[in-house]
Design a protein around this ligand. Structure first.
Ligand SMILES: Nc1ncnc2c1ncn2[C@@H]1O[C@H](COP(=O)(O)OP(=O)(O)OP(=O)(O)O)[C@@H](O)[C@H]1O
Length: 614
């Protein structure tokens, strides 16, 4: 349990060190598409709206070209004498057509964007729901081997990237492809030669853009990596500030931050240079298409091969397709990253889950609290077995103390009783029923836990106490708090039971948090209790309070106490001495002390070291 400590120091690093290239793009695309296809009808509407909208948008230069030609012809035939009336006569139809096409195109573009945003949001919502549900179904060993930051970044950053590409990227891409295709078809129908020349000029600028964007990506990645390093270090120094001051390491820490900051400055400068100094050059290159159109179109128009209106239509088409080309290439870039993100999301969703409850579960209707471990064999990894053969029987209402050196397997023993991990051999019984035959929820309701690593969620004190019995009324909560000896301190707070707290906030001391978790266990009133005795973080007075509260919560229940101060467990019905995953001694305090035992050594050494056993 305490192994699941703060692992997210690396979060920032992870976010930047993530692989940006999916291992199996095809499979990821297929899976993503199959999820998107669950919204077939909406997708169909989006594609149709895009087609119509872009089609209308693409013909506008042609309409404008025709209008200009008609105007030139009118002026040539009638001079400027026709005045406003002539102008209206010539331009009325094309202007109305132009406006109609633009308005309709904007309307369809609104529809497509609106529906597509919904499609993206629905996709993300369903994935996020699946991921949250998954978290509750993952076995504990998943948490042991994965960093919190990694899981967090999958649920937030990765999903956001997928959403962004689905919502805006894909739409831009589809629009861009339609736009380019339709525009090129129209251009080809007007002048194949000029179209080919324009496309050749644009290809040169495309290659240059690609080269520059690669350089830009490299510079940005380098910048982000250093930034990640900086974040990671600052976070570490922030959380470890007490130790840093205690060991007079402020200067060393400042030097590290200064060195990384200087690297970050250099990396950022490079990234900014690429961004701001080279992009104008690219913009210049993209004008190549315009230059070719103006020169060749001008020559064609002068030679009578092309009307002025068509030249202007070409100029507009060049403009109309250069942006979509850039957008499409950006989309292809971001698609890579989004696919890598989607792959990480799917990987998480495919993680192996907790062994499900049996289909025909047994129930312990009136739990007595008899616990038996029968030849239990267990290892956190199958190839390194910690417990070879542990057997043990605990009678109802007995108090069992588990002692032993660090790493002996005390926590592991209670982890197994809670079925947080699956056994490699043997079985554990509660009142004669194998815990694997009980629904997990029933087992965990039967067993209460008060751990050293107290966990309080963001909420009021009352809500935190009622965590094990959500329907508890205020009076029950207060009774539990009184029994756990924390009612007094709660009442000294400004908002009493309605004070909002969390494990993160410093306003509640470690001892007080422990008292609250005892109150929580009191209220849930389980048949079995697991208590992990506080070691260091509690002052002597609070410790006495905690011990008294623990004694109360254990009353009339079978309890397992992981004990660190041997003086507190003298009254235990059974003391288990563990070493290297094995129970090496078993008996009462007196029995164990009478012999030449490891326990006696441990006990005497605590007395010798003073205080601890007092
Ligand atoms: N989640 C885990 N994954 C892998 N190994 C683990 C895990 N938890 C504990 N271990 C290993 O199993 C052994 C027993 O650990 P356990 O926490 O049960 O000891 P403990 O007696 O409770 O120690 P302490 O008094 O320090 O809390 C140790 O070698 C430990 O490194």
């Amino acid at each position: 349990m305490k192994k699941n400590k703060d692992k997210d120091k690396q979060m920032n690093k992870n976010a930047f060190e993530m692989e940006d290239v999916p291992k199996n793009s095809k499979a990821v695309i297929k899976r993503l598409l199959s999820l998107l296809l669950q919204q077939k009808v909406r997708l169909l509407v989006v594609v149709s709206a895009t087609l119509v909208g872009i089609g209308l948008y693409a013909v506008t230069p042609l309409i404008l070209g025709r209008a200009i030609d008609a105007l030139v012809q009118g002026i040539n035939e009638q001079g400027f004498g026709g005045g406003f009336e002539m102008l209206m006569d010539i331009l009325k139809r094309p202007v109305l057509l132009f406006l109609g096409a633009y308005l309709l195109s904007s309307f369809f573009s609104f529809i497509q964007e609106y529906i597509m945003a919904g499609i993206g949001e629905r996709l993300v919502l369903s994935l996020r729901k699946k991921m949250s549900e998954k978290i509750t179904r993952l076995p504990l060993h998943y948490y042991d081997s994965h960093q919190t930051g990694d899981v967090l970044s999958r649920i937030t950053n990765d999903l956001d990237r997928v959403a962004e590409v689905v919502k805006t990227g894909s739409l831009q891409f589809i629009s861009a492809i339609f736009n380019i295709t339709i525009s090129i078809i129209i251009m080809l129908s007007q002048s194949p030669l000029l179209t080919v020349l324009i496309l050749a000029a644009m290809s040169i600028s495309m290659f240059a853009t690609k080269w520059i964007s690669e350089k830009n990506f490299e510079a940005a990645s380098e910048n982000q990596a250093v930034l990640g390093e900086l974040n990671g270090n600052i976070e570490e120094f922030f959380t470890g500030n007490l130790i840093i001051k205690g060991f007079n390491q402020q200067e060393a820490v400042t030097n590290i931050v200064r060195e990384i900051s200087e690297r970050q400055y250099a990396a950022n400068k490079k990234a900014q240079f690429v961004m701001y100094a080279i992009y104008p050059a690219i913009r210049f290159l993209t004008q190549l298409g315009f230059v070719v159109t103006a020169i060749v179109g001008g020559i064609f128009a002068a030679g009578g091969r092309m009307t002025i209106g068509t030249v202007q239509a070409f100029l507009q088409y060049v403009n109309q397709i250069s942006d979509p080309i850039t957008q499409a290439s950006y989309f292809l870039n971001s698609l890579q990253t989004a696919l890598a993100s989607a792959e990480r999301v799917f990987e998480f969703l495919d993680e192996e889950e907790e062994v499900p409850d049996t289909t025909s579960p047994k129930h312990v209707t009136a739990p007595q609290g008899r616990v038996s471990f029968e030849h239990v064999r267990f290892g956190y990894a199958p190839d390194s077995i910690l417990m070879q053969d542990v057997s043990l029987t605990v009678q109802p209402n007995e108090m069992v103390a588990i002692v032993g050196p660090t790493g002996a397997g005390k926590t592991t023993l209670v982890n197994l009783l809670m079925r947080f991990y699956e056994l490699n051999g043997g079985r554990i019984l509660i009142d004669g029923t194998d815990i694997r035959e009980l629904p997990k929820s029933e087992l965990r309701k039967m067993v209460g836990m008060v751990l050293q690593d107290t966990w309080l969620f963001q909420g009021t004190i009352a809500e935190n106490i009622a965590y094990g019995k959500m329907d508890a009324i205020r009076e029950e909560i207060i009774q539990a708090a009184k029994a756990a000896r924390c009612d007094h301190f709660i009442r000294t707070l400004e908002y009493g039971y309605d004070t909002v707290i969390s494990s993160e906030d410093g306003s509640v001391s470690q001892g007080q948090m422990q008292l609250l978790t005892i109150a929580r266990a009191m209220l849930a009133n389980p048949s079995l209790m697991i208590l992990d005795e506080a070691t260091s973080s509690v002052d002597t007075r609070t410790e006495v309070e905690v011990q008294k509260a623990m004694a109360r919560v254990m009353k009339g229940k079978t309890s397992f106490v992981i004990a660190h101060r041997l003086s507190t467990i003298k009254s235990a019905d059974m003391i288990l001495v563990m070493k290297n995953g094995t129970i090496i001694e078993k008996g009462t305090h007196e029995e164990l002390l009478a012999g030449d035992t490891f326990y006696a050594d441990l006990y005497n050494s605590q007395f010798a070291s003073g205080g601890a056993a007092s």
